[in-house]
Design a protein around this ligand. Structure first.
Ligand code: 13P
Length: 257
């Protein structure tokens, strides 16, 4: 278990209308009142853009100890980008964390390492924290290329940044073969890759950056797998997809030890 604050994040992907999202927050709020988080843990939820405003209001009016997150943003300040959402718009909704470079965006929307870096830039410029996703495919893992792939993804997004900035970032290790497949990485695999990610941060941005940055694991996290993952030294939190859609299972994951 690390000494960094653990961050457990729910990535709702394209699920929950704003009505469903409000119901989720009300349910989670009641669960957290009954059984609060232990010290050293933080939560974030990442609704679709259409539910951000409703979730913000529900969290703030009830004083729910959960940060608001987004799943993506555009890399430009503003302009003629029909259908896109800017970092400034998110910041105005009190969004704290923005996921960038999720593998689904890299895969289905052609996001490159350069674009992911530009998105991290604009998130940081607006004083929010990027959750930068990295991870390898099954073919890459089987070919022994997992570390090479993840190392390149990290270098592209982290190089030439002040160490203090890198220290404040969150990296989510999400092996693509584990996402939505029910095939969670073993806690040993998660620890090994998290340790590799920390070492790479150290090479790119120095020891203080490596010590401060938080590394999440994501990919088929469930309440019964969460505790074992969170006990690993270099795993500082979880990025949860499917199991974060239900308030009870997300709450169980948040409490896991
Ligand atoms: P699942 O937990 O549904 O596998 O999704 C993981 C993920 O992609 C979180 O960003």
């Amino acid at each position: 278990m690390s000494e960094r604050e653990l961050l457990i994040s729910g990535n709702w992907k394209m699920n929950h209308t704003h009505f469903e999202a409000i119901q989720f927050v009300q349910a989670l709020s009641a669960l957290l009142r009954a059984t609060p988080l232990r010290a050293g843990r933080a939560l974030s939820v990442h609704p679709a853009f259409t539910a951000l405003r409703s979730v913000q209001t529900a969290l703030e009016s009830d004083g729910v100890p959960v940060a608001l997150g987004a799943q993506n943003c555009h890399e430009s300040e503003k302009g003629a980008f029909t259908g896109e959402v800017s970092a400034e718009m998110l910041k105005k909704l009190n969004v704290s964390y923005v996921i960038v470079g999720h593998s689904e965006r890299r895969q289905h929307f052609g996001e490159t390492d350069e674009l992911v870096r530009a998105k991290a830039d604009i998130v940081l410029r607006h004083a929010m924290t990027p959750i930068v996703c990295v991870g390898e495919t099954l073919a890459e893992r089987e070919a022994g290329e997992a570390k090479g792939k993840v190392g390149r993804q990290l270098e592209a997004v982290l190089s030439a940044r002040p160490p203090a900035v890198v220290a404040g970032m969150v990296i989510a290790y999400e092996p693509i073969w584990a996402i939505g497949t029910g095939r969670t990485a073993s806690s040993e695999d998660a620890q090994q890759m998290a340790a590799f990610i920390r070492a790479t941060i150290g090479h790119v941005a120095g020891a203080d950056a490596a010590e401060g940055a938080r590394i999440q694991y994501g990919g088929s996290v469930t309440p019964d797998k969460a505790g074992e993952l969170l006990r690993r030294r270099d795993v500082d939190g979880l990025l949860v997809g499917g199991a974060s859609l239900d308030a009870e299972s997300f709450h169980e994951i948040a409490l896991a030890r």
